[in-house]
Design a protein around this ligand. Structure first.
Ligand SMILES: *[C@@H]1O[C@H](CO)[C@@H](O)[C@H](O)[C@H]1NC(C)=O
Ligand SMILES: *[C@@H]1O[C@H](CO)[C@@H](O)[C@H](O)[C@H]1NC(C)=O
Ligand SMILES: *[C@@H]1O[C@H](CO)[C@@H](O)[C@H](O)[C@H]1NC(C)=O
Length: 384
C-alpha cells in the first residue's frame, strides 16, 4: 500500500485470485446456470450515503460460488458506531444486478473490519471447513489505527452468516510509513492441500515492507512467516501480492514495487515473478511489467484464463489506468499488450475469470481521496 495516512482513511493493498475457471468439466456446470456469462457495463453494486467518510468505498473484491452466484465486498467507510464491517452484496445474474445480502462483522477485537477484505471459496476441505466454504480475510483496525490484525472469517451457508476462524497475523499501528510495523492486504489460496495466506509485512526491521506468506493445514494454526519478496534496500516497499496459476505448471505473482526501478520514473511500478511453486517466489527473479513503453503502477491484480490461445491469457489490472495488461505468452517480458476496458480505473481493482473463461469481471470501488461508489463490468477478453 502506498500513501495511506493516519486518519485520512486511505491505503491498503490487497489481492486476490480466483481459480474459478476450473477444469474441462466446467462446461456442464455452465449449462446448468440460469444466467450465462454476458457483457455488463458499469453496473452499480453499492452507492453509499453522504454520511460515509471519504473515500466512502475502496478496494472491491468478489467470490463466485458453485451455482454461479457472485458475491462482492469492499472497504466500507460507514459512520461509527456501529463498528465498520465488510458488506456482502450478491448477484444471481452474473454481475448485472446486486442486492444487499449480509455483513462480515468483527466478532473478536471490538475494532471493526476496516480495510483490505479478500474473499475466497475453498476448492477442497481444509480442516473442518468443507469444500465450498467462503473465506473472508481482512484487516481489523481500531478507529484510532493503533493496531493491524489480519483475521479470517468463514461462511458455510453461501455467505448468509459468518464466523471467526483464526487470526493470521498481527502488527502495529496502521500507518504505511517505513518504521511502523503494520501488516496489510491478505490474499488466500489453497496449494498442496494447505491454505496459504499471503500479505504485506512491515514488522521486519530489515525491510520497510516485504511480502510474506504463512501456511495452515486447518485454517486455525499458522506456520512461520516465509518471505516472498524482500529487497535488500530497507526503503523499498514491495506490496500487494496476487497470484495466478499458469498452464505450464508455473505460477505468476504480481506486486507493486515501491522504490523499484522504473524507466518512467513513476512510483510503485508493477513487477511480477514466475515460479514453479507459489511458496518459492523469493528465489524467482523480479521483472517489470512494460507494455510497449507503458508501465502500470500500484495495486496490481493478476488472473489467468484458459481462453485466448494455447497459453491462455494472463490479465493484470493496476491503479494507474482503466486498461488491462494482457500476455498470451506465459508472461514473456516483451509480450504485454494494453487493452481498453469498459470499467473505471480504481485503487486495487479486482479481476475475476468467470465460469465461461472468455469473460472477465472487473470490480471497482474507487480511488484514494475521492468519494467513490462500487461498480462492476464484465467484458469479453480483449484478445479473443
Ligand atoms: C449491515 O450492517 C449495517 C450497519 O449495522 C446495517 O444497517 C445493515 O442492515 C446490515 N446489512 C445486512 C444485510 O444485515
Ligand atoms: C486505541 O484504540 C484501542 C482499541 O479501542 C484502545 O485499546 C487503545 O487504548 C486506543 N489507544 C489510544 C492511544 O487511544
Ligand atoms: C506460448 O508461449 C510461448 C512461450 O512464451 C511462446 O513461445 C508461444 O509462441 C506461445 N504460443 C502461442 C500460441 O501464443
Amino acid at each position: 500500500m502506498f500513501g495511506r495516512n493516519p486518519f485520512a482513511a486511505c491505503f491498503a493493498l490487497a489481492l486476490s485470485v480466483s481459480f474459478g475457471y476450473a477444469a474441462p468439466t466446467a462446461g456442464v456446470a455452465i449449462e446448468q446456470r440460469a444466467v450465462a456469462d454476458h457483457v455488463v457495463t458499469k453496473e452499480t453494486i453499492f452507492y453509499p450515503p453522504t454520511s460515509y467518510s471519504t473515500p466512502r468505498t475502496l478496494y472491491g473484491r468478489t467470490a463466485q460460488l458453485a451455482d454461479g452466484t457472485v458475491l462482492a465486498t469492499w472497504e466500507n467507510y460507514s459512520p461509527e458506531p456501529p463498528l465498520v464491517y465488510f458488506p456482502i452484496y450478491k448477484s444471481s445474474d452474473k454481475g448485472q444486478t446486486w442486492t444487499s445480502f449480509s455483513n462480515v462483522t468483527d466478532q473478536v477485537n471490538g475494532w471493526g473490519l476496516r480495510w483490505e477484505p479478500f474473499l475466497y471459496v475453498l476448492p477442497q476441505a481444509i480442516g473442518n471447513l468443507p469444500k465450498g466454504t467462503i473465506l473472508c480475510a481482512g484487516n481489523s483496525v481500531p478507529a484510532n489505527l493503533s493496531h493491524t490484525k489480519i483475521d479470517l472469517y468463514a461462511s458455510k451457508d453461501n455467505g448468509a452468516t459468518w464466523s471467526f476462524v483464526s487470526s493470521i497475523a498481527e502488527g502495529g499501528e496502521a500507518i504505511s510509513t517505513n518504521g511502523y510495523t503494520p501488516v496489510w492486504e491478505p490474499f488466500l489460496m489453497v496449494y498442496n492441500n494447505q491454505l496459504v495466506a499471503y500479505y504485506s509485512d512491515q514488522r521486519d526491521p530489515a525491510h520497510g515492507q516485504k511480502l510474506v506468506h504463512q501456511v495452515s493445514s486447518d485454517a486455525i494454526n499458522w506456520g512461520v512467516v516465509i518471505d516472498d519478496v524482500a529487497y535488500p534496500t530497507y526503503s523499498q516497499r514491495p506490496g500487494m501480492t496476487t497470484i495466478a496459476p499458469l498452464p505450464n505448471g508455473q505460477w505468476i505473482m504480481t506486486y507493486e514495487y515501491g522504490g523499484g526501478p522504473n524507466p518512467k520514473n513513476a512510483g510503485y511500478p508493477v513487477y511480477y515473478r514466475i515460479s514453479s511453486s507459489p511458496l518459492l517466489f523469493n528465489s524467482a527473479p523480479g521483472q517489470i511489467l512494460n507494455a510497449g513503453g507503458t508501465v502500470p503502477t500500484s495495486s496490481p491484480y493478476v488472473v489467468w484464463s484458459p481462453s485466448g490461445g494455447a497459453n491462455g491469457t494472463i490479465a493484470v489490472s493496476a491503479n494507474s489506468s482503466p486498461e488491462i495488461f494482457v500476455n498470451t505468452e506465459l508472461g514473456e517480458p516483451n509480450s504485454w499488450v494494453m487493452y481498453n476496458t469498459p470499467q473505471w480505473g480504481s485503487y486495487s481493482r479486482e479481476l475475476r475469470v468467470m465460469d465461461d473463461p472468455d469473460y472477465l469481471l472487473i470490480v471497482s470501488a474507487g480511488y484514494l481521496g475521492t468519494n467513490n461508489y462500487v461498480t462492476d463490468s464484465v467484458m469479453k477478453l480483449p484478445n479473443l
